[in-house]
Design a protein around this ligand. Structure first.
Ligand code: B3K
Ligand code: ZN
Length: 849
């Protein structure tokens, strides 16, 4: 039984499975509440394994019959699966089981979404389909027969045969069970083709529900671009005759890289000008690329065990980030990556859920698909590349693909290829995978006789289960800017390996200003004394776009902290610096929009907490609103000139157009504070694209306006579920702190609200937890509402419940009253009868803070 007696699994306990699989044949007889799955699996003893126990995972399966070499047997049913006595020679296992896709609300295994059958097997969902060694190091070729009367029935690989009421698919590439997929339904395809660099024609399809076919063209182009990019950049070619993508409404995450049959949350593949924002388009492009890139980093070469998850995820995130940078703008993309890293991963690293990029134990692996594994995992790849250089990185990747194709491998295998191509010892670097927590990098500087000395010390705070920390290898990219604003030393990478280390730059004529951690060269927190003038100087002169943005952000942060803690009015120098960037038409609009953006309330709460001040959510909210008003006044002449709506009929979701709109809408948000919403109302009425329609509505709602527009939006879009998610989300996200919980609660009574659809649930409750002052309202009402909702959701969908419980991970930052209220809610959740293993693990870890 999955939900009883949670067991901890340890990396150190890894042993190979006792048997290898020659082939798998599956037959599905589809029926909503009684699907039959017949399996025929050819096993051979694994000479490399000592443990010969024949254990197959299985959960929520009704066993109808089991056979070994054709003879009926009665297996022993044990915790999490079954055991049987098997010959010490090759044998054939056959089983027939019954499952009920229609009642599967966990959205793991085989389930139904709007009449469509679909699967989600990663990480351990295949065991809900049939008895199987459901572990990534058991790889096999699959043949799948699907019997049913649905017009479209698909599995992995290439189509084999088709007849009245059945289809057969065959996947020639050995794969672990987590990459298995089946989809069947009344679907329509948006077709395409791609010719690989060796001249093979590949059929491409995006499959959607009737009515959505007009929203596929952008995703199809993104797929073709990704296929081309992986050939050009990593030399990786696609390896089947067909590549299918399916859009599914009910899905726990973004998408899934099943071999040849990617399944996508419809919000991550469908896109159109009228219904999707620029950010949606960018996300679709990035996720399509991510899943496609997994074909090599994850599928052809997979993970030995789930502790190695970052092997495929960190690397694939890094690859999709580089792709998006190439498609759009590396400078803007890097700033966005750092914002996400700090907001999610630094937050995680700072609290009770901190864990190494390669964890050493888990109870439920689904709880480790985290910002740390994904985003910090990607940062490690970026650091590795910075340290060894582009050429060695590329040689190492080639060697990795050559050496490990068709294998299930480890982080050690990944690092060894780079040791082999560079002759470098990466053992200290490897600590990035095992040591949790964000290193604090302190810098001081001295200037003497033309020599600038930068001294760094590094410390990493204790994290759960890890009190002692060692010095890490930190690549610190530094450049020097002379007093006249010219760059006197271009970017050089300092390699820090000790707890304390100094680096000198000599032969300098005049004292320069050091630009440190350019391009955010390592995932650390840089602590450095710097006055506002120096920050403004770098903001104006640094050649590194990340640093320029960072200086603006730090000025904003200092201004906000002073406002919160001392009520100090913002300095004119700060307001002028922002104004000159925003007004500077020679700079990239996307970049100017980022500079105009203020640090989030959550970020400010963490900053205060780190400085030893208990954050008061209301004060943070008010200070941020007050700074917005100051900016609106100070920039009052500039705002109308940068607010430039897109000419009707000219919308394009490319980097240039979306950059222009992001600046225009950032300006509109402030402008709305000056003009009573006039410009926003006009834009709302006229916009021919969702970016501006939603942007205008958001601007109105943030200024406590827009009641009519909100209603008009609902009337216009009530039939479009993805747009309605925005409608739900926006009103909760921008509700004033004292109203947020009421707005969210009222929305749960809306006829279109359902907790069975993760997108809809997240739209309301993700927005509530992101509304910092609303979520942390002193009444504690939001804590209670969220806990109530999580308790009822857990019985349906443990994965999404567990993920959303992470909203409480920062509870130790706040005052005693809030802590007591959150603790009580967490304990109430934990006391729920039959609470899932997923949520039990998360809440226990959060409480143990
Ligand atoms: N590999 C999947 C994530 C599976 C999550 C399982 N809880 C999507 C991705 O990272 O590409
Ligand atoms: Zn992935």
């Amino acid at each position: 039984m999955k939900d009883s007696a949670p067991q901890t699994i340890y990396l150190a306990d890894y042993t190979p499975f006792g048997y290898e699989i020659e082939s798998v044949h599956l037959t599905f007889q589809l029926a909503p509440t009684a699907t039959r799955v017949l399996s025929k699996i050819a096993f051979t003893p694994n000479p490399a394994a000592t443990d010969k126990r024949f254990f197959l995972h299985g959960e929520e399966l009704k066993l109808i019959s089991a056979k070994i070499d054709g003879a009926e047997i009665t297996p022993r049913m044990v915790e999490g699966g079954l055991e049987a006595d098997v010959p010490d020679a090759p044998f054939v296992w056959e089983a027939e089981v019954e499952i009920s896709p229609e009642t599967n609300t966990a959205l793991e295994g085989l389930y139904m979404s709007n009449g469509m059958y679909c699967t989600q097997c990663e990480a351990e969902g295949f065991r809900k389909i049939t008895f199987y060694p459901d572990r990534p190091d058991v790889m096999a070729t699959f043949t799948v027969r699907i019997e049913g009367d649905l017009p479209v029935m698909m599995s992995n690989g290439n189509p084999l045969t088709k007849g009245e009421g059945f289809v057969e698919w065959q996947d020639p590439w050995p794969k672990p069970a987590y990459l298995f997929a089946l989809v069947a339904g009344d679907l329509i395809n948006h077709p395409g083709t791609f010719t690989t660099k060796s001249g093979k024609d590949v059929e491409l399809n995006i499959w959607v529900r009737p009515g959505d076919e007009g929203k596929c063209a952008f995703g199809m182009q993104a797929l073709k671009d990704s296929m081309k990019w992986d050939e050009d950049t990593y030399g990786r070619e696609y390896d089947l005759d067909i590549f299918n993508i399916v859009a599914v409404d009910d899905f726990n995450m973004g998408a899934m890289e099943n071999k040849g049959l990617n399944v996508f949350n419809s919000s991550c593949v469908l896109a159109s000008q009228e219904t999707s924002t620029d950010a949606n388009f960018e996300r679709v492009e990035g996720i399509i690329a991510h899943e496609y890139f997994h074909n090599w980093t994850g599928n052809r070469i997979t993970c030995r065990d789930w502790f190695q998850l970052c092997l495929k995820e960190g690397l694939t995130v890094y690859r999709d980030q580089m792709f998006s940078g190439d498609m759009r703008s590396h400078a803007v993309k890097r700033i966005e990556e750092v914002m996400i890293l700090r907001a999610r991963q630094f937050r995680e690293d700072n609290g009770p859920l901190a864990h190494p990029v390669r964890p050493e134990s888990f109870v439920e692996i689904n709880n480790f698909y985290t910002a740390t594994v994904y985003e910090k995992g990607a940062e490690i790849i970026g650091m590795l590349r910075r340290l060894i250089g582009d050429e060695a990185y590329s040689k190492g990747c080639d060697l990795y693909f050559d050496r490990h194709d068709g294998q299930a491998v480890t982080i050690e295998d990944w690092l060894t290829v780079f040791e082999d191509v560079t002759g470098r010892d990466l053992s200290q670097f490897k600590q990035w995978y095992s040591q949790a927590g964000t290193p604090r990098l302190k810098m001081t500087e001295t200037w003497e006789d033309g020599t600038l000395t930068l001294t760094f010390t590094q410390t990493t705070p204790a994290t759960p289960g890890q009190t002692e920390k060692n010095p890490q290898v930190i690549p610190i990219a530094v450049g020097l800017i002379g007093p006249n604003g010219d760059e006197v030393v271009p970017t050089t990478v300092l390699e820090m390996t000790e707890a304390e280390q100094s680096f000198t730059f000599d032969g300098l004529g005049a004292r320069p200003v050091a630009s440190v951690l350019r391009d955010f060269s390592a995932p650390v927190i840089l602590e450095r004394e710097m006055d506002a003038e120096t920050r403004a100087f770098l903001l104006a002169h640094d050649t590194d776009p990340f640093q320029t943005w960072e200086m603006g952000r730090m000025l904003a942060k200092d201004t906000l902290i002073a406002l919160i803690t001392e009520g100090t009015e913002p300095a004119a120098a700060y307001l002028d610096a922002i104004k000159s960037v925003v007004a500077d038409d020679t700079q990239d609009p996307a970049f100017r929009a980022l500079v105009l953006g203020l640090p989030s309330q959550d970020d400010l709460a963490q900053t205060l907490f780190d400085a030893g001040v208990t954050p008061d959510p209301m004060k943070i909210y008010e200070a941020r609103e007050s700074l917005r008003r100051h900016l609106a006044r100070h920039l009052s002449h500039v705002l109308p000139t940068v607010f430039r709506p897109t000419e009707p009929g000219t919308y394009k979701p490319d980097a240039e157009g979306s950059g222009r709109r992001s600046l225009s809408l950032a300006a509109l948000s402030l402008l709305t504070l000056n003009d009573g919403g006039e410009a926003a109302k006009q834009l709302f009425a006229q916009a021919d694209n969702m970016t501006e329609q939603a942007g205008a509505l958001q601007a109105l709602l943030s200024a406590d306006l827009g009641t009519e527009e909100l209603q008009a939006f609902e009337t216009q879009w009530k039939e479009d579920r993805l747009v309605m998610d925005k409608w739900f989300m926006m009103q909760v996200a921008s509700a004033a702190p004292e109203k947020a919980v009421q707005v969210a609660n009222d929305l749960t009574q809306h006829p279109a609200f359902t907790n069975k659809n993760p997108n809809r649930f997240r739209a309301v409750f993700g927005a509530l937890t992101a509304n910092h002052a609303g979520f942390h309202h002193a009444s504690g009402a939001a804590y209670k509402l969220l806990a109530d909702q999580l308790i009822s959701l857990d019985a349906l969908n443990p994965q999404t419940t567990a993920r959303m419980s992470g909203a409480f991970e920062t509870w130790k930052r706040y005052d005693a009253d809030r802590q007591a209220m959150i603790k009580a809610e967490l304990e109430r959740i934990l006391a729920t009868p039959k609470l899932s293993r997923d949520t039990t693990e998360m809440v226990t870890r959060i409480l143990s803070a």
